[in-house]
Each structure stands twice: as structure tokens, then as C-alpha cells.
Design a protein around this ligand. Structure first.
Ligand code: NAP
Length: 275
């Protein structure tokens, strides 16, 4: 029951209206019988949002675009993984001490490893933004043979240098040889679902293709990859795992991943009906 002892958690970022995090976390709190609620606060003000967290005693927050790097200077502590990536997607508030973590990296790796080992495999990451950084860091740690592919060479080369990996511009993807392909750009995301950043001819039977977009769960890239006999993974798997790790960090309780998955899929269906 919501009352004076109810603990508050939130997602902070902009835009936030279509966030699926409230559905995942409120279902998890309810299933675990934890007296907490999780709300969405739209803000692009990192300093103000973190001051509010301390002042109003928000016990934890998910951090999304455009705040993942912007919150770093205002934290008291940062976990080494998040520090290396340079981005935080989770804050834990321990009596006013704000600690930052990044659960995207372990979630991406966990989702991939459910389907295929990554050590020694040729892995191409499409994109060089915040999500690509987290995925790339996790794959590098797991000894994958990485290549970074990006539209703008400047940003692509910078990430490739940080991960000590080669870089290929997106418009010269033709000769790419990869066992695993991870798509991290927003191309193909709702509502422009008819787009894919990857030419069909580089997809081949047995290739593992993960698209980290979770809305829609089946992107054009995944449909084309499925037709070519690739092993496909939706961003939904990564999304649920990253939310599960947030729940564990906040509560110390094993996340009810099945409940979270059902809640998110239900929320997504309701969004489609409305839009
Ligand atoms: P970001 O930092 O803004 O980076 C976006 C990347 O996409 C950049 O490399 C950018 O290339 C590229 N890009 C954007 N538009 C493009 C286009 N039209 N053609 C080719 N490349 C394009 O964003 P982010 O934080 O990495 O997030 C990216 C996506 O990941 C979002 O869709 C987000 O929802 C998703 N995500 C999913 C999860 C999950 O749990 N499944 C977690 C985190 C993020 P340039 O450098 O050339 O601009």
C-alpha cells in the first residue's frame, strides 16, 4: 500500500513519456512485496535532478538520454565499470551518498552469452554512442575480436581507439566479416520501423545478430536476419537484464525477470494501441 513508508525510485531523462522502465520496476516491486513505487521524471538537468534525489530521498534512479554522462560529475562514487565506460545508467542513494553504476554493459554481454560464446569471435558493433561504448567495453573485457562501425568517422575512430579495435565507416560496410553483429543505433526504432542501418547482403546463416532497440521488439534488421538464417536477439532481452540488475542493486533481492518481461511486453502493446 502506498503510504508514509513507501520508498520512491524513478527514471530521469528526456524524453521519458515512452519509457518502459516504470512498468518493469513497479511489477518487480509488487511481485517481491516491496513497498516502493517507481515514477518517470522528465528532466535534462543533471545537477538539479541529483540534488532532488538527495533532498527528497529517492532511493534509486535509472538514468537515460541525455543524462548518462552528464550525471557523472555530481555523484559521490562511481563503480569502476561505469568509470571506464564514462556513463552511468543506475544511481543508488545510500543515506544521501549517491553511487553510479552501468548495468547496460553486463546486460548486453549476458543477453549475447545466452546464445553464443563471445571470446575470440569477430564482433562488429554498429554505432559509437553511449550504448555502443557500454556494449564494446563488455565485449572487450570478454576477449571478443571487436570492430567498430559508425556513420561519423570522428566518433567511430574515437571509440575504436578507446577499445583498441579497428574502425570501418558505415558506408563501407560491404566487406565486413563478422560472427556476431550488435546494432546500437536508433535506426529502425518506433515510429520509423521500416529502416535498417545494415545492408542485407552482409548477413549470413549462423551469424548472431543482436539489435539493442526494444521498440519494436522485432526490427527490420532482425526480420531480415531471421530470413537469412541468423540467430537473432531483440533489445528486449538486454533491457530486461539491465533493469533486473538495477533492481538487485537497489533492493539486494533477486529480480523477478519473468514478471518484468511480461509487464514490459504488456506496456509496449498498450502503447501501440494508443499510438
Ligand atoms: P547515442 O549516444 O545518441 O548514439 C547514437 C549512435 O547511433 C551514434 O553512433 C550515431 O552515429 C548513430 N546514429 C544515429 N542516427 C543514425 C542514422 N540515421 N544512421 C546511422 N547511424 C546513426 O544513443 P545511445 O544512448 O547509444 O542509444 C542508442 C540506441 O540504443 C537507442 O535506440 C536506445 O533506445 C538503445 N538502447 C537500448 C538499451 C537496451 O537495454 N536494450 C540500452 C541502452 C540504449 P553518429 O556518431 O554518426 O551520430
Amino acid at each position: 500500500m502506498i503510504g508514509q513508508h513507501t520508498v520512491l525510485y524513478a527514471v530521469l531523462g528526456r524524453p521519458i513519456a515512452h519509457s518502459l522502465s516504470p512498468a518493469a520496476h513497479n511489477a518487480a516491486f509488487s511481485a517481491a512485496r516491496i513497498n516502493a513505487v517507481y515514477l518517470a521524471f522528465e528532466t535534462a538537468d543533471a545537477e538539479g535532478a541529483l540534488r532532488a534525489m538527495r533532498c527528497l530521498n529517492l532511493r534509486g534512479a535509472s538514468i537515460t538520454i541525455p543524462l548518462k554522462s552528464a550525471v557523472v560529475p555530481f555523484l559521490d562514487e562511481i563503480d569502476p565499470v561505469a568509470q571506464s565506460i564514462g556513463a552511468v545508467n543506475t544511481i543508488v542513494n545510500e543515506n544521501g551518498l549517491l553511487r553510479g553504476f552501468n548495468t547496460d554493459a553486463t546486460a548486453a554481454l549476458g543477453a549475447l552469452q545466452q546464445r553464443s560464446p563471445v571470446a575470440g569471435k569477430r564482433c562488429a558493433i554498429i554505432g559509437a554512442g553511449g550504448a555502443a561504448r557500454a556494449v564494446g567495453f563488455a565485449l572487450k573485457q570478454a576477449d571478443a575480436d571487436l570492430t567498430i562501425v559508425n556513420r561519423s568517422p570522428g566518433r567511430g575512430r574515437e571509440l575504436a581507439r578507446a577499445l583498441e579495435s579497428p574502425f570501418i565507416p558505415l558506408d563501407r560496410l560491404g566487406g565486413l566479416k563478422a560472427d556476431i553483429l550488435v546494432q546500437t543505433t536508433p535506426v529502425g526504432m518506433f515510429p520509423r520501423v521500416d529502416r535498417s542501418p545494415v545492408p542485407e547482403h552482409i548477413l549470413h546463416r549462423g551469424m548472431v545478430v543482436m539489435d539493442i532497440i526494444y521498440n519494436p521488439a522485432q526490427t527490420r534488421l532482425l526480420r531480415e536476419a531471421g530470413k537469412k538464417g541468423c540467430i537473432t536477439l531483440s533489445g528486449m532481452d538486454m533491457f530486461i537484464l539491465q533493469a533486473g540488475e538495477q533492481f538487485r542493486l537497489w533492493t539486494g533481492v533477486d529480480p523477478p525477470l519473468g514478471v518484468m518481461d511480461q509487464a514490459v511486453k504488456g506496456a509496449l502493446e498498450r502503447q501501440y494501441e494508443k499510438d
